[in-house]
Design a protein around this ligand. Structure first.
Ligand SMILES: [Zn+2]
Length: 290
């Protein structure tokens, strides 16, 4: 199919539901709350618009067609884009997280840790990769000092655009400055952070937190909390698992709230986000041990 035919094939379909959109309530994904599935679906629609925007390269259009044609029987596996495949991956991750920790685990011996690891220029994907590998090695060594501990988590990548409208979520400005990134001034970069669930039977949470804040000593570089008290442990673990695979593009680049078409405001930014995430296999981002 050439690019004109592709456009012709896909344009009308972007106005209404895609075949898989009828599966929003399908039992295979219904375990993830509907608002998540809807949010993923709206993000996907925005990405498809960006791939089909005027001037987008043919490979983006081909990618849009692949994702638009995804069905539960023939999944596209484009987990950075496709709401169905991303939801399935989130559910698998939630299950793996629950299975990784014994069901008798006591609440106070399990902690949820977020660490800002690094900021690297957007075109230095290899450097990002080696930072992740180094963290994985280091984390394993660190945990060896704490007998009986287990952990599982994921590295998450964020496109830091340098755009004044970008909200930085869990990144504090002061933390970013330590890493040499100035919001509004710096060139586009990759923000690398990790979410890890750690079971530490032999040591208290405050000691874990104290130790980590010495190692990761920049302002708000590390956060250590318990699991959500209002949730049962399996539910809280499931949430930690699915949370780390969301790969959401910067909000300012997506459509405005309530937009019916989901047409993005900054299609180029959306494509940079997708390009970054497609360079990593989900396994590249997994952190797991013992
Ligand atoms: Zn898919």
């Amino acid at each position: 199919m050439n690019s004109d035919e592709l456009r012709h094939h896909l344009r009308p379909r972007l106005g209404g539901p895609l075949p898989k959109d009828r599966r929003l309530d399908h039992s295979a994904v219904a375990d993830l709350p509907l608002r998540y599935r809807r949010a993923y679906q709206r993000v996907e629609r925005g990405i498809l618009h960006a791939c089909m925007a005027k001037g987008a390269a043919p490979q983006w259009q081909a990618l849009a067609l692949k994702v638009a044609s995804c069905t539960p029987r023939r999944p596209c596996r484009e987990t950075a884009i496709c709401w169905w495949c991303k939801t399935r991956m989130g559910l698998a991750e939630a299950e793996a997280m629950i299975d990784h920790f014994p069901s008798s685990t006591r609440r106070k011996t399990i902690s949820v840790i977020t660490i800002i690891l690094a900021v690297v220029p957007l075109d230095e994907v290899d450097e990002a990769r080696s930072k992740i590998k180094a963290f994985r090695r280091y984390w394993r060594r660190l945990c060896r000092a704490w007998p009986g501990c287990r952990w599982r988590g994921r590295v998450e990548l964020d496109l830091l655009t340098g755009h004044p409208k970008q909200e930085l979520g869990l990144y504090a400005r002061k933390t970013l400055l330590v890493f040499g990134y100035h919001p509004e001034e710096s060139a586009p970069s990759i923000g690398i952070h990790a979410h890890v669930v750690l079971h530490h039977p032999g040591i208290s949470r405050s000691r874990v937190a104290g130790y980590l804040s010495m190692v990761y000593s920049a302002f708000r570089q590390v956060m250590v909390t318990g699991t959500r008290e209002t949730q049962e442990l399996p539910e809280a673990l499931a949430r930690c698992g699915s949370y780390a695979v969301k790969a959401r593009p910067p909000t300012f680049a997506l459509a405005g709230r309530g937009s019916r078409t989901c047409r993005p405001r900054h299609p180029q930014t959306i494509l940079s986000h997708v390009d970054l995430h497609r360079r990593f296999h989900p396994d590249d981002l997994l952190i797991e041990g013992e």
